[in-house]
Design a binder for this molecule. Sequence first.
Ligand code: ADP
Ligand code: MG
Length: 646
Amino acid sequence: MIKSIELVKGVGPKIKSILNQEGIYSTYDLILYVPKNYENFSVQSIHDLQHDKVVTIKGIVSSNIENIKKKVLMSKFKLNVEKNEITVITFNRRYLQKSISIGKEILVKGKYNVFKNEIVASNITTIIDTPEIKPIYGILGIPDSKIHAIIEEIYKEKLVDIYNLVPDELIHKYHMLDRSKVYQLLHFPKSNHDIFLARETLKKEEAFFHLLKYNIERIPRYKRDPIPYDINLVKSYIEKLPFELTHDQKHATNDIFKDFKFNQQMYRLIQGDVGSGKTMVSFIAALGALSAGYQVAFMAPTEILIQQHYESFKEIFNDINTACLTSNSKNKEDIIENVKNGSIKMIFGTHILSNPVVEYKKLGLVIIDEQHKFGVEQRENLIKKSLTKDTIYLTATPIPRSLALTFFNELDISSIKEKPSERKSVLTKIIHRNDFDLIMNLIKENQALLNQTLIVAPQIEKSENLYSVLELYEKFKDEFNDHLYVVHGKLHDDEIQRTFNDFIKDEKGILISTTIIEVGMNLKDATLLFIMDAHQFGLSTLHQLRGRIGRGSKSGICYLVSDKDSERLQYLKDNYDGFKLSEYDLKLRGPGIFSNMIQTGFQGFKYLDLTNDFNLLKSMHEDVLYYAQNIEKFPRLKKEITYKMV
Ligand code: ADP
Ligand code: MG
């Protein structure tokens, strides 16, 4: 039973209209309107008081009130608390004398100063009429006490029924309180523990509905006919490769060709460290789609990166009609025309590929590198143009398994853990940020050996106490002038490309940059890397940066320049497995750091906190799946979900 709010005693037209403005129309709405906060009057022992903290104490007034009039009225009196005397000071309380006098037992809440043995009181109340914990509703125009009285009336007269929403079975399994109990505790808590208990249940309820909605809203795979690829043609290309595919590469390739054979869209993530050979696997997938007569689009987040992918593809598969399109391409119109008429089969490009100006004759497979660098819209706009909707995402930031199960279950995942044997792992060292002479000397030695150096800084311009690209340039320019190159995100793409090309040709080159070099760039001859203020970066980013060097015949050394967060950096120093590093970051910093990789409602939780409650979500996941798959059998849940989706 639910009643209109104005039917409750004490709710007149004025209060009704204010409540309506808050979205409260019924008794049920008001019960669900939980206090924004609580004023806590639970009394502390004098031995627990901390300096400069807000405390609540109980005592007996032991002196007269002394009023001192300065700019404002200050009142002062002594309070006997557990046989100790504390001075209480309060401001602008003209009528204090009327309510308290010597011998009266009172509660005082305020900031405690241990040196003066004094409390500056914000609240003084006589004990009889104060509950220990007072809910704060904060509705403008209605005092909290009035709201409280209305809610009391609703409970007393039984003007509302509150049913459990989460199925009973899970209420038991997850030790949840009944929902009616939860709201009672929130409106009339006897202790902080009551509030804690109620919120625990609300968390679980929120987790349940989040997972239910997530699983119901998942877009079903698009149905298409199997892709009639020509396996012999694909094999003939693979045989021409100058190397044997690794075991994991073969495995991922098999996954993909199985997807092709299936009667619905491929939707697959290939994850693996930089240099593990993901791109090569996606190229082989492209051959499959091409051999079936489809065009293939390969999208990457930066111009430099897409140019590199384009060139390595062209070099190996030189008989396929291929082009690279970015907003700066000189022959843009021609390329767009040839994509449209179908003479270009394999098209590389930046986000421009998702733009409506680029039309395709017969687009099949879409490959998106570093998918988390794109917005959902950009990805979807490109996929929409494909006739088959086949999609491969590539990422060097592996998604921890636990996270994948809970939040990425619409994606199939292939992992490449084993690296092509020629890859050397990069020796990693940690040095202090003030060790600038050492950095100088290392660079000079490196130049003497005709090796290139990369220096990455967390920001472009100086702010706070962190290294910046421009500051480093200033520091180095006298010493290394001709060999110094600077790139960062504020420069135009053309300029980045030009600087970058110049750097590659300079065998003594030093490139100072932001993390724009993070994504997949192939810098074959750089052997020395400094990551300035390394603690500023996530482990996955650091690991990817470190993968930028030592890619040629020479091995590389990475210096993490930092004096903070040493445990995390130490872990990176000792571990070269991107999957392990991802798990470690998940444990240490919570799943929030992966949120840019996650499409579905990770944000906006009211009670859940991903860092602490991730295990709850994980453990509930399978139970919820059953209800999501059988939602038609649970009309009340279905109704609740529909309501929550609006
Ligand atoms: P990723 O995309 O994972 O960073 P790539 O596919 O770009 O890795 O491969 C990195 C480099 O290793 C490329 O130069 C590629 O040609 C080469 N490569 C790929 N697979 C192998 C392999 N099985 N054996 C040797 N080299 C390989
Ligand atoms: Mg790559």
